[in-house]
Structure formats: C-alpha cells, structure tokens
Design a protein around this ligand. Sequence first.
Ligand SMILES: NC(=O)c1ccc[n+]([C@@H]2O[C@H](COP(=O)([O-])OP(=O)(O)OC[C@H]3O[C@@H](n4cnc5c(N)ncnc54)[C@H](OP(=O)(O)O)[C@@H]3O)[C@@H](O)[C@H]2O)c1
Length: 317
Amino acid sequence: MRTSTSTRWSDFLLLALGAKDNSSRVLVLGAGGFLGQHVVTTLGERALAHARTPQLAASPALTADLADPDQLAQLLKSSTARALINCAAAASAACEGDPAMAATLNTDLPRALGEWAAREGARVVHVSTDLVFGTEPAPAGGFREEDEPAPVSAYGETKAGGERALLEACPKAMVVRLPLLYGDSYGSGRGASDDLFGILARGERARLFTDEWRTPLPVSVAAQALVELVDGETSGILHVAGSERVSRLELGLALHARRFGDPDKAVREIEGCARADLGLSPPRPEDTSLCTRRAQDILRTALPNLAEGARAALDPA
Ligand SMILES: NC(=O)c1ccc[n+]([C@@H]2O[C@H](COP(=O)([O-])OP(=O)(O)OC[C@H]3O[C@@H](n4cnc5c(N)ncnc54)[C@H](OP(=O)(O)O)[C@@H]3O)[C@@H](O)[C@H]2O)c1
C-alpha cells in the first residue's frame, strides 16, 4: 500500500535548452533540493552556452507530490520532456522513522520513472547513493559498480530497491551513485560544508570522525556529471565520486583551510573524535568509498581530489 505524503511539495523546472523541439528538454525532479538546484543551474548554463540565440525558457514552476502516483502520472503526461534527472528522494534521516514513505519515494518512484521511460523511449538518469553499501567496509580502491549492495539503514535499503526497480523496468536507464556531497546549499544548511560552517557560525566546536571514510564530491561537480550523462547513452550503474578517500575530519579540515586559511583557528574550532564517542543513529557505515574507474573512463567532467574539490566548492566562480 502506498503511503500518502501529500504535505511534501516540491518545485520542478522544465528548461527549454535553446531548442524549439522537445528533444533537448530535461525535466528535473527535486529541483528545489540541495543537488537539484545545482543541476538546474548547470542546465541553465549549458543552455546559454549552446544557444546561438539564447532561448532559455524556464517553465512556470511545476509542482506535484511525487509520493502520489496520480500526480506523478499527470506530471509526466503533461511534460514534453524526453529526458529526466531524478534528484527527488526521501532524505536519509527521515527514512528511519517512516520506512513506508521511504519506500514510496526511493523505490516506487524510480520504478514508475523506469516504466515511463521504457514506454515513451525517454532518457532517465536517477541519483542514488554510496549508502547502498555499508555492512562491510569498502575494499581497497573502493566499491565497484558490480559489488552487491548491502545497506545498513532504511535509507540505503530503499535506495538500493529503487536502483533495481528502475533498471528492471528500463535497462537503458542510468543509476548514478553519489557520495557525501559538499558545497553551496544556497542558505539551506544542507551538505557537508554548509553543515560544518553552520556549526561554527553558531559558535560551537565541530566534532568530526577520524574513523568514518568517504570519497566526497562537490555538489556542483556532481551536477555537471549528471547533465553530461543525461545527454549521453550510457546505461546501468555508474559511481561518480571524488578521487580521494578521506575521513570526515580530513574533509572538515580541508574545507576549513580553504575558507579561513588559519590553522590555529582550525585547532580551536574542529576536533577529531571516534564514532563510538557519539551515540548516533541510524547505524553509520564506516567506509562507503566508491571506485570511480569506470566514471573516469566515461566522463569529460573531472573528478577532483580533496584539495581540488575544496577549491571548486568554496572559491567564488
Ligand atoms: N546530499 C548528499 O550528500 C547525497 C549523497 C549521496 C546521494 N545523494 C542523493 O542525491 C539525491 C538528492 O539529494 P539532496 O541532498 O539534494 O536531497 P534534498 O536536498 O533533500 O532534496 C530532495 C528533493 O526531493 C524533494 N521531495 C521529497 N519528497 C517529495 C515529494 N513527496 N514530492 C515532491 N518532491 C519531494 C524535496 O522537496 P522538498 O525540499 O520540497 O521537500 C527536494 O527537492 C537523492 O537521491 C540522494 O539520495 C545525496
């Protein structure tokens, strides 16, 4: 049975990418979220760069409750897009308290998108997560696309279910697994860096794990890769992540150094701690580093190491 989450609404944006036909229009689901806003910005930049006479035409904002199958069907029917990037999801923390809602958004939604894509011959790029792993720490070099998902949370479980459901319905579709993201969240405090700077702005000391490992990526780079992939024909699963495995503490220190360039201030404001020191739930995977060898072969978008990523995320364009 589907769970109604009709109080959750979001914006959708249909961008006419300098073309009068529908072939180059991209529908972004979850356009108002942390990642979705960067995808829309990247699509806009691409449209302006490619159009001889810029004809960027953002549609009136489309809204729908994606947990409601009728509203989703209506949205897809009324949309003239032939390609879609799905950034909509139930966020990690919310899933543990409401697994039914998590399944609706993270599993049933991608299945419905796959059925639509197969029926209409449309292109779908769906965003998933490194947290489909976590039961065991990543092997040397990181998890590869063919490794079997083994999540530890309802979030990871439902995201893994969404990957399977989408690709069963439409094998030509694409699943892009992303790692921990950081960068500008346009004042919403989302993502690893704005979360850290929010803590510091409140005058608190940040405690960051020395024993939790990720391959973090600037959100703007993730958006560029998604836009590149929606234009292409690659199918199946792809790991798009930073090229360096780092601890949460190393990430925080690199971001702090880039923003403030003051090691003494960093010592005052950030301290390392072990995961056992903080009794956090849901269960936190120790190491979900992703192997990006396939992505590096396929993408023109460069996947940065930590120093390059901090620069990309924090330096003004
Ligand atoms: N952030 C990360 O570090 C990270 C890491 C790995 C993978 N990912 C993946 O990246 C994708 C985007 O994540 P994010 O960080 O951008 O999340 P986010 O900021 O929470 O954005 C999720 C979007 O989904 C929308 N949404 C949720 N429920 C909805 C509903 N019932 N109807 C319509 N829209 C709904 C939200 O709208 P409202 O804002 O209106 O609720 C929001 O626009 C997800 O697939 C996530 O699993 C994120």
